[in-house]
Design a protein around this ligand. Structure first.
Ligand code: 4UW
Length: 548
């Protein structure tokens, strides 16, 4: 029998994201509540400022480029407190937002711009060179590149979004309402269970539902008011806003619930600790390598982290040893959550009171969802036994953009999404993730699609055949990609060729996709009769090497 969430269902209002955040009757906090704060400049946005900025930006989009329902605005920027207003401004104008990793190469960004059909691109000066190159490759005119952040373009070639707000004649435009179920709000990119990045189509209702589901999962433990210094709960947000975890769980949740959100453009351990101390941060969403760093980095002891009430780790497996280490050393509590881009994202989170008693679990199923575990033959396995996790609920995506086959493989006719993750459930409804059946590698929470790296490697003249797998690196609490390579005839496998290949790849991909697990030369790549790479065989081989 499939498991229904033990939470009561939450009521999902029949509105788009704009209506949900900015037209609601039950907003508990006032207009002047500060929501987004830049800790380096102290620039900030209140609720009312976000709303007004978003409306002005949306009007500017309509006036300047005749923005229509379904037009795509791409974002290519490190975390910035302007991002929420830009995002909701595009929604106000009826648009779809497609955020990209600011570490991408021009080729990687151009792929997303083309695939999503982006009409304009928002970026910041430090990454403008890549943005320009990619825009040119994707056919986006330079005058559709918009800057956000504190820096202005001294040559005035690129418009800052604040000037778009003031486009003449813009005031006459009205909001374009989205159909919550039919109209897309976001196109985020994920490799899914196989292959190259795909556009994950998330509609307005997906995000509205998941924001409410996460609020229910936090179980009333957080508040917009009171607390240590009268700011209510303060969240430290360094997880990238282009990734679904930062996008929904941080940006949308803070706005919905009225939490103060202190935004770091980039993670570094010392600044993270300093900001926790100076801003009396009460909660932070993290990934396992950050929890590990907290447990062992000497700089941590210099700061007062006592305001932290809870950390929430997700995006990759977190071990009990790491949770214990950080708790015994710093008295910090860490609970887990789990989710995927395709589930908007959060499907599970550990209830606060169970953070230690169910350590190792990714949590209980959030409201409005049903889940089951399936055998490789797609038969449901009995409760408690290991299988692939399938989930259904209002947070399940609408399919992959222009990819009916990928969509058909991922979604069943009765609405279940096949996560590609393997695990089991205990008798109390706590879910555990133990393995993956999909190809994905996760480096510090970032997706690395092996097929993409294999495609690139295959074009190298010294490589005859190859396969890429993830190797767990205990010292960094993350998987790292490793390539197994059959050299071309006449090519010597060895240190020189290894370095040559690693450097060649490093120049072609974003930093998180580099072959940090090294290169191994082999005579043959193990494959099934149908030619599919047997990654499990390589994983066992890697484990044997490790143990030797
Ligand atoms: N344990 C083991 C986990 C875990 C995990 C994810 O890049 P995506 O598509 O999406 C994410 C989303 C992470 C996330 C969302 C909401 C949330 O509350 C939370 O909690 C803290 C985390 O990473 O990758 C999805 C894949 O990432 C793996 C798993 O393989 C999944 O299919 N993954 N969380 N706690 N593995």
């Amino acid at each position: 029998m499939p498991t229904k969430s033990s939470y009561p269902d939450v009521e999902i209002p029949d509105t788009d994201i704009w209506g949900f955040l900015f037209e609601r009757k039950d907003r508990p906090y006032p207009d002047d509540k500060v929501i987004y704060v830049d800790p380096y400049t102290n620039r900030s946005y209140t609720y009312a400022q976000v709303k007004n900025t978003a409306v002005d930006f949306g009007k500017g989009l309509k006036a300047l480029w005749d923005w229509q329902k379904g037009d795509v605005l791409a974002l290519f920027t490190p975390n910035c407190i302007d991002t929420p207003s830009i995002t909701w401004g595009a929604h106000w104008a009826g648009g779809i937002v497609s955020p990209a990793n600011p570490g991408y190469t021009a080729e990687e960004l151009a792929f997303q711009l083309q695939d999503s059909g982006a009409k304009a691109l928002v970026t910041q000066l430090p990454v403008i060179a890549t943005a320009r190159k990619a825009a040119a490759m994707a056919g986006i005119p330079e005058d559709r590149i918009i800057l956000i952040g504190d820096e202005r373009d001294p040559s005035l070639k690129f418009k800052h979004f604040t000037s778009i707000r003031n486009t003449s004649g813009a005031t006459r435009y009205r909001r374009t309402k989205a159909n919550p179920e039919k109209d897309l709000a976001f196109l985020v990119y994920s490799s899914g269970t196989t292959g190259h990045p795909k556009g994950v189509m998330l509609c307005h209702r997906n995000i509205v539902a998941n924001t409410l589901m996460v609020a229910a999962g936090e179980g009333g433990n957080m508040s917009w008011k009171g607390g240590l210094d009268g700011n209510g709960d303060s969240i430290l947000a360094f997880l990238p806003f282009f990734h679904i975890y930062g996008l929904t769980v941080v940006i949308h949740q803070c706005m919905y619930s009225g939490f103060r959100c202190v935004v770091m453009p980039k993670f570094d351990i010392e600044n993270w600790c300093k900001i926790v101390q100076d801003h009396r941060i009460t909660f932070s969403y993290v990934v396992p390598p950050v929890v590990l760093l907290l447990s062992k980095h000497p700089v941590v002891k210099k700061y007062d982290l006592s305001s932290l009430r809870m950390l929430n780790s997700g995006a990759a497996p977190l071990t009990k040893e790491i949770v214990d280490a950080v708790h015994s050393k710093l008295n910090l509590k860490v609970k887990q959550g789990y989710g995927l881009s395709e589930t908007s994202p959060t499907t599970h989170t550990q209830p606060w009171e169970l953070w230690y008693s169910t350590i190792g679990a990714v949590g209980t199923l959030l409201p409005n969802q049903t889940a089951k575990y399936m055998s490789p033959e797609e038969k449901e396995v009995p409760a408690g036994e290991v299988g692939e996790l399938w989930i259904t609920g209002p947070n399940i995506f609408k399919g992959y953009l222009n990819n009916p086959e990928g969509t058909k493989n991922a979604l069943t006719e009765d609405g279940y999404f096949k996560t590609g993750d393997v695990g089991y459930q205990d008798k109390d409804g706590n879910f555990y993730i133990t393995d993956r059946v999909k190809e994905l590698i996760k480096y510090k929470g970032f997706q690395v699609p092996p097929a993409e790296l294999e495609g690139l490697l295959s074009s190298h003249p010294k490589i005859n055949d190859c396969a890429v797998i993830g190797i767990y690196n205990k010292d960094q609490a993350t998987e790292v990609p490793r390539a197994y390579i059959v050299p071309s005839p006449g090519t010597e496998g060895g240190k020189g060729t290894e370095k040559e290949i690693m450097d060649w790849m490093a120049a072609k991909v974003a930093s998180h996709k580099r072959l940090r697990g090294g290169v191994r030369f082999v005579d043959e790549i193990p494959k099934s009769v149908s030619g599919k790479i047997l990654r499990r065989v390589l994983k066992i081989r890697a484990q044997e090497e490790e143990d030797a």
